[in-house]
Design a protein around this ligand. Structure first.
Ligand SMILES: Nc1ncnc2c1ncn2[C@@H]1O[C@H](COP(=O)(O)OP(=O)(O)OP(=O)(O)O)[C@@H](O)[C@H]1O
Ligand SMILES: [Mg+2]
Length: 494
């Protein structure tokens, strides 16, 4: 390589390094795109960041012993006082002009979650995904977008992760490298660190609306229709067992919360989750949360332990946030043994797939039960499946409400009551709608016994629903055999 070429390469490398280290303003936000002529700015900002890191360390050392006892305003005052003291020292170089901004940032870094704070406050952001200290993505109105925000460095990033995790009594380190936690506002947090995450720690925060979504909100968003709301309210009041199914982030938990809002006030509800997300408004609710093992590998309390325990707590309804494993069998048994009106969610691609997954969970948990017996449990336990999908435009919609109608031989028969009819779609907007298939669900008899009435008109087919009826009648959905399932699982990665 010629000397001039070598110099050009070196210059380019230096330029890129400078752009990478340079925030747009001294502070947190920094454009990801490289900037030209940024050398002096980079130097200034690295001094700024260096000072901030140093001061943050000193403030933490000063305040840490009192942090457990202090909260809110008292803690802020304590941090401010410590900062005042530290900034009078000679070795901290911040010009008087920049001092206010500096103090603000150190307070935010010490008390808040650094660059995550503005995202946590932004009501339009529903999910925050940090892939590394300088790569932060968000989901806004159902769509993913990169932000120009960044943590100061990996150290600050890890401090924030540890702060979130330790606040709920959990820990994250090499022996426990992935953890679920939650923020004080209820947002669900997952953190996973190396060596499991190959390229650095990954933090994912699922935000929830400050006021949980109500059925009205879901109707306004186009997730529910009014007719569907009427039917689902009747199903909940009439104590049918409901399974909410859908892919990741399709709104299963949100819908479970909304369905739970239909439970009459007088009932004793027990919720069981890995990380408490449900926000039930009834007066008589008990929330249980599972617990991962401690550093010695003991003390774990699984969802299935809590389901079993809840049966001794005189529940009227058991609501399990999500079934993923062996608890599926306990849940099915609870639903079949006097705890009707229970609800849960499951990750799946369709209502039929939801039942297959329940069956697989029971099998994979090692219960030595014949498939037929498991299938009978599933058939007897689940009355209605509500399936959700996320549309390409980010909307979440109920795409099927399906009744479990019984067994025919080894097969569970499913019947759609409502089904999503895709529309033409303009300008990237999905314009489909949920229509009744026109069939009278068998569960109406159960509801009648429970004294719950549903106006017949909500089941009348609309639009192309009639075609769907004929179609559904001709081909009742069949749950595949175990062999078919194994073949399908082998060829498909989820
Ligand atoms: N109907 C809806 N319309 C718009 N946004 C929604 C709707 N339902 C849920 N959301 C938002 O979508 C995000 C995901 O919702 P939720 O946690 O309920 O999904 P999930 O299917 O339970 O996800 P996971 O599979 O990760 O458990 C949340 O930020 C929530 O506020
Ligand atoms: Mg969920």
């Amino acid at each position: 390589m010629k000397l001039s070429e070598k110099l050009a390469v070196l210059e380019e490398e230096e330029r890129q390094a400078a752009a990478k280290a340079a925030p747009a303003e001294p502070g947190q936000a920094r454009p990801r795109a490289s900037r030209t002529g940024a050398k002096s700015k980079a130097r200034a900002s690295s001094t700024w960041e260096e000072s901030k890191r140093k001061v943050r360390g000193m403030v933490l050392a000063e305040v840490a012993p009192k942090m457990g006892k202090l909260k809110g305003e008292a803690l802020t005052t304590e941090v401010k006082n410590a900062l005042d003291k530290i900034l009078q020292r000679q070795d901290v170089q911040v010009s008087p002009l920049e001092r206010r901004k500096f103090v603000q940032e150190v307070i935010q870094d010490t008390l808040g979650y650094g660059p995550l704070d503005p995202l946590l406050q932004d009501v339009n952001v529903t999910e925050i995904m940090c892939n590394s200290f300088d790569e932060i993505w968000v989901e806004r109105e159902g769509r993913l977008e990169a932000t120009d925000l960044s943590f100061t460095d990996d150290v600050q990033y890890r401090q924030v992760i540890e702060k979130i995790v330790s606040a709920v009594g959990r820990r994250i380190d090499e022996s426990s490298p992935m953890v679920d936690a939650r923020l004080p506002d209820g947002s669900r947090v997952n953190a996973i660190i190396p060596p499991l995450a190959l390229h650095g720690s990954v933090l994912t925060i699922r935000k929830f609306a400050a006021d949980p979504y109500t059925v009205k909100d879901l109707i306004n968003f186009g997730t529910f229709t009014l007719d569907l709301a009427v039917v689902m309210e009747a199903c909940v009041r009439g104590k049918l067992n409901i399974l909410v199914s859908g892919g990741t982030g399709t709104g299963k938990t949100t819908n479970l919360n909304v369905l739970s809002s239909f439970i009459p006030d007088g009932e004793r509800i027990i919720t069981i989750e890995d990380s408490a997300e449900l926000q039930l408004q009834q007066p008589h609710v008990i929330n249980l949360e599972s617990r991962p093992p401690n550093s010695e590998g003991s003390g774990e309390v699984r969802i299935r332990d809590l389901v079993k325990n809840s049966l001794r707590m005189r529940p009227d309804r058991i609501i399990v946030g999500e079934v993923r494993g062996a608890e599926a069998l306990d849940m099915l048994q609870a639903m079949n043994t006097g705890h009707e009106g229970s609800m849960t969610t499951v990750h799946s691609n369709s209502p039929r797939d939801a039942l297959v997954r329940l069956e697989t969970m029971v099998l994979m948990a090692g219960f030595d039960l014949p498939v037929r017996a498991i299938r009978e449990q599933v058939n007897a336990a689940i009355d209605v499946i509500m399936h959700l999908d996320r549309m390409p435009d980010g909307r979440r919609v109920v795409t099927a409400v399906t009744e479990v109608q019984g067994m025919e031989g080894d097969t569970i028969l499913l019947q759609d009551i409502f089904r999503y009819k895709p529309g033409a779609g303009t300008g990237g907007k999905a314009t489909g709608e949920l229509v009744a298939t026109g069939l009278r669900p068998k569960f109406l008899d159960k509801l009648e016994v429970a004294g719950v009435e549903v106006p017949a008109k909500v089941f009348r087919s609309s639009g192309n629903g009639r075609a769907a009826v004929a179609d559904t009648r001709a081909r009742p959905t069949r749950v595949p055999t175990q062999r078919e399932l194994a073949e399908a699982e082998g060829g498909k990665s989820r």
